[in-house]
Design a protein around this ligand. Structure first.
Ligand SMILES: [Fe+2]
Length: 230
């Protein structure tokens, strides 16, 4: 989906909103992102544990329910076994699939549509099995973020301050909003935020670094997993 269709506005209107460096929500009025990633694909991805991959293979990270620590499957010295990964899933850890734009063609095409405008970006999938899953604490990102709400409802806490203004624990809440399937949230860089899950959910972030930090090119679509995406 191109920007005007996604945001219900013209490219020029979006550029002016972007210059204001304000967050905004576009309601979807229906699950318009449902084909971006399904529970079936999530299951297939997690069951592909151990599959060797190219350098753009999605990387699994887990925000551990019990400790709050982040586990990165690629970097970890001690690799969790498949059974342990599923246990963490059902305990209420959140899973992050970074570099997920190659998981299916829909994600790849969306990334490419954004990249016509933003330069090279990346898609991350965030998914949790239940309410009150462990998520990242209050933080700010260096990238511009488009958050697609694909399945379930996510409660967002958006803060008044940016990373330039104060430390995360000093930030004050601007607004609490519940975003549903089909809704889109735009977050400018450096603005503090956090989420709570209200049930099982899948969200996707498409995000873009400032031009001076970009580089590289978008690789062609490659159907690396065949029929799995239907
Ligand atoms: Fe974030």
């Amino acid at each position: 989906m191109k920007i005007p269709e996604l945001l219900n506005c013209t490219q020029l209107e979006f550029e002016s909103m972007r210059n204001d460096k304000e967050w905004f929500v576009v309601k979807g009025n229906g699950p318009r992102f449902k084909d971006y990633f399904s529970w079936k694909e999530a299951d297939q991805y997690l069951n592909s544990y151990g599959l060797g991959g190219h350098n753009r293979m999605p990387q699994l990270q887990i925000i551990d329910k019990k400790t709050g620590r982040k586990y990165c499957h690629k970097k970890a010295k001690y690799k969790l076994q498949k059974r342990e990964i599923f246990d963490k899933w059902w305990e209420g850890s959140s899973f992050v699939l970074t570099l997920s734009e190659f998981l299916n063609k829909k994600l790849w095409e969306q990334c490419r549509d954004f990249e016509e405008f933003f330069g090279r970006g990346q898609a991350n999938i965030y998914m949790s099995s239940q309410k009150d899953a462990r998520c990242f604490p209050i933080h700010a990102d260096t990238t511009e973020n488009f958050l697609f709400h694909v399945r379930g409802t996510v409660r967002w806490y958006i803060y008044n301050e940016t990373e330039f203004d104060c430390k995360p624990d000093e930030a004050t809440v601007d607004k609490v909003i519940d975003l549903e399937e089909g809704d889109l949230l735009y977050l400018p860089p450096k603005l503090y935020h956090r989420v709570e899950t209200l049930g099982p959910r899948i969200s996707i972030s498409f995000h873009f670094h400032p031009p001076e930090k970009q580089g590289g090119w978008r690789e062609e679509w490659f159907d690396w997993i065949g029929d799995i995406n239907g």
